[in-house]
Design a protein around this ligand. Structure first.
Ligand code: ATP
Ligand code: MG
Length: 443
């Protein structure tokens, strides 16, 4: 155990090798789906000017008021570790000019930082996969995003999630609603907690989100946002519902769903689950048509979502995504060492996708076999001085009862491919090859 001064920061976790397999599995599965829907990856810096987040997320939000990690740079700039991805993404498309190059379907993945109270499902460094689409104003793209996220859960085999949707309307209807809400809440001010009282005139919609039990009771009978929507917002929302109905995605119409950030308009949605306890929101998003112009661009409709990878990993405890090596290569004797590397490197070139550990650090046959067994490898390849002399390798099966085999150097790659049934190819090559095969098949 490290001394306390050398512990990681509270709420910032290591992901140890036993768990990284699940992370990769999630990232790869979702990355494949994003690619299939035509979304392109964007990567932005982890640090931005604090101003960017203040102007986009809103001054009167938990994130900006108390959760951001900020610091003064040596030149006096005030900088922040990014608490979310949308603001950076908007900045990047504006700065690069991508925003003027037609519809942009983008996605990102990475670490976000918020100084929240650490607990299960809530960390100070956490990881999101998110997506943002610029240049489309209709409900079709809102629906596409939800369908795509629905496919995420299908692909990961997650069944116990529920979709909540709501419309926040446009700016005018929201400000009419805001007035009605404030009037109502003022009548019940005695039952509001301090946070809600403070927000009453700065960000009253957030009170609908409050988790405080007394406030929840008041909110239960508050005026309903849906009744304040104008015709175009109503149609937009109906368009979304129609499309979800058409593909059989069920949803809860949740008129208290407002989301934490200031920049949303019209569609908002959340995927929630009961299986994670209090931190039940797995994925959340919505439309933010006003943000691009708020950050200095031309008015541009936009919609996005972000999901928390930690929460997904907590929903997939049974996935054994860590993969054992195919081969553990045992080599005994000084004369063997050089040949061991010549052979093993050749094998890696001949069999893409091969997972092989070559014994390092010497040791007796016995101790190397112990390590081979512990590694979980399917077979051990053994090169001793006699085999070296005869240009042979011994193949020992570690997981089944089968007689060992003697294979010549030249036949080694062929025989290993048969035994291990390796079909994997490096990823990019595999998908290209698939495209080629499909093309040939359709010609
Ligand atoms: P919550 O209501 O749980 O605080 P949020 O509204 O703050 O969520 P968003 O900013 O919309 O969350 O982020 C999208 C997703 O990122 C969340 O649904 C959640 O899965 C994940 N997430 C947000 N904050 C954290 C955190 N501190 N630790 C782990 N995951 C988080
Ligand atoms: Mg939050």
């Amino acid at each position: 155990m490290a001394t306390s001064s050398l512990q990681a920061i509270r709420g910032m976790n290591d992901v140890l090798p036993a768990d990284t397999g699940v992370w990769r599995y999630i990232e790869q599965s979702l990355g494949d789906i994003l690619l299939a829907y035509g979304y392109r990856e964007i990567r932005t810096p982890v640090v931005e000017k604090t101003e960017l987040f203040k102007r986009s997320i809103g001054e009167v939000t938990d994130i900006v008021e108390k959760e951001m990690y900020t610091f003064d740079d040596r030149n006096g700039d005030n900088l922040a570790l990014r608490p979310e991805g949308t603001a950076s993404c908007v900045r990047a498309v504006l700065q690069s000019g991508l925003i003027n190059q037609g519809v942009q379907r983008l996605w990102y993945a990475g670490a976000m930082f918020r100084r929240e109270r650490p607990q299960k499902g809530r960390y100070r460094q956490f990881h999101q996969i998110g997506s943002e689409v610029f240049g489309l104003s209709g409900p079709d793209i809102d629906a596409e995003m939800i369908m795509m996220t629905n496919r995420f859960w299908q692909k990961l085999g997650i069944e116990n999630v529920r979709l909540h949707i709501n419309s926040l309307g446009n700016l005018e209807s929201r400000s009419r609603y805001r007035e009605a809400l404030v009037t109502y809440l003022e009548r019940h001010i005695g039952k509001l907690d301090n946070d809600s009282r403070r927000r009453l005139h700065t960000n009253p919609l957030r009170i609908l989100d409050s988790k405080h039990p007394d406030v929840r009771v008041v909110v239960e009978s508050a005026p309903c946002l849906t009744e304040y929507l104008d015709e175009s917002s109503r149609q937009h929302f109906q368009g979304l519902c129609d499309r979800l109905d058409a593909v059989g995605i069920s949803y809860v119409l949740d008129d208290k769903l407002v989301r934490g950030l200031d920049y949303y308009s019209d569609t908002v949605f959340e995927w929630t689950t009961d299986s994670l306890g209090a931190q039940g929101t797995v994925c959340a998003g919505g439309r933010y048509d006003g943000l691009v112009s708020q950050l200095g661009g031309q008015p541009m409709p936009a919609v996005g979502f972000a999901l928390g990878i930690e929460r997904l990993t907590e929903m997939l405890p049974d996935i054994q995504a860590e993969r054992s090596p195919h081969i553990y290569f045992v080599g005994v004797g000084d004369a063997v060492q050089v040949a061991l590397y010549r052979l093993s490197e050749r094998l890696r070139s001949d069999i893409p996708g091969l997972r092989m550990i070559v014994n390092c650090g010497g040791g007796s046959f016995k101790s190397q076999f112990k390590k081979a067994d512990k590694s979980g490898a399917t077979v051990a390849l053994v090169l001793g001085e006699r085999e070296l002399h005869e240009h042979n390798i011994v193949v020992k099966f570690l997981r089944r009862d089968a007689p060992q085999e003697m294979v010549s150097y030249d036949q080694l790659a062929g025989r290993m491919t048969e035994i291990l049934n390796i079909r994997e190819r490096p990823k990019v090559v595999a998908s290209d090859a698939e495209v080629c095969n499909n093309r040939q098949a359709s010609v």
